[in-house]
Design a protein around this ligand. Structure first.
Ligand code: NDP
Length: 259
């Protein structure tokens, strides 16, 4: 058997930036064999090179594209060991008044955050079920419990992650596969800056302009002051390794007051 097979292996989607990247590095340093997946392969290769020692394998994967999921699964299978963990982290957002948002933009949110998550999960399940063990960690959001204005479709997608995870957790009990949701609050990654840019489009638009400007100013104050993604990586690590992982983690934990 290859040496890699001695490690617990984990697939992380959206590992080219922010929370996913932090999880990849954190878990690699904890001894996991990490498969880091995203669309930007160059960024993943850079990350794998920086961590070194063959701990991270870069995988091109668009979670909205079944063929690219299948190709990545083939590479993982060639490694020889069944996957122990899946961190469904890849995410997209769409911010602005519902009345104004382009439909293709908000459809992409569900394609990524819900259907993409379901498709990757479906692809890993046979090997986890057959191994009789596995951990699935879905990155939800506090927005999956309570929503601010101008993020309706994103909030809906993260509520969907909660429902999907609850159902799956019960469905997989007989097979030893455990499912947790990690709900980050505001975390300082490129995600927030991109969301602020999306809001900017509507600042001069009647009738929502002033309301968007006020909300955007509040939103922008949250993100730079927010903690870095390591708080999420710690929660993900716990969900992967605890004997009895919680069904839900809030990261940082003090944000739980918001719920
Ligand atoms: P980033 O923008 O830093 O990272 C998003 C990641 O998702 C990138 O690696 C991107 O990679 C990947 N991604 C997007 N679309 C796809 C796709 N179709 N296929 C594969 N990968 C994709 O954001 P964060 O790290 O902040 O966000 C990660 C997760 O955390 C998301 O699910 C987000 O909803 C959630 N979250 C974030 C919060 C925050 O405040 N930052 C708060 C609550 C939840 P690439 O472009 O290379 O494909």
């Amino acid at each position: 058997k290859k040496e890699a097979a001695l490690y617990q292996s984990v697939l992380i989607t959206g590992a080219s930036s922010g929370i996913g990247e932090e999880c990849a590095v954190f878990l690699a340093h904890k001894g996991f064999r990490v498969f880091a997946a995203a669309r930007r392969l160059d960024k993943l290769k850079e990350l794998a090179g920086a961590v070194g020692a063959g701990r991270i394998t870069a995988l091109a994967m668009d979670v909205t594209d079944e063929a690219s999921i299948a190709a990545a699964m083939k590479t993982i299978a060639e490694d020889g060991a069944p996957l122990y963990g899946l961190v469904n982290n890849a995410g997209a957002s769409s911010m602005g008044p519902l009345e104004k948002l382009p439909a293709d933009e908000w459809r992409q949110v569900f394609e990524t955050n819900v259907f993409g998550l379901a498709a990757v999960t479906r692809a890993v399940l046979p090997q986890m079920r057959e191994a009789g063990r596995g951990r699935i960690v879905n990155i939800g959001s506090l927005t999956g419990r309570i929503a601010s204005p101008f993020q309706g479709v994103y909030a809906a997608s993260k509520h969907a992650v909660e429902g999907l995870s609850d159902s799956l957790r019960r469905e997989l009990v007989p097979y030893g596969v455990k499912v947790s949701v990690v709900r980050p609050g505001a975390i300082n990654t490129p995600f927030g800056a991109h969301e602020a840019e999306m809001l900017e489009r509507y600042e001069t638009d009647a009738p929502y302009g002033d309301q968007v400007t006020t909300f955007k100013a509040w939103f922008e104050r949250q993100h730079p002051a927010a903690p870095g993604p390591s708080v999420v990586a710690e929660a993900v690590h716990h969900a992967l390794t605890a004997e009895h992982p919680k069904s839900r983690y809030v990261a940082p934990p003090k944000m739980a007051y918001a719920l």
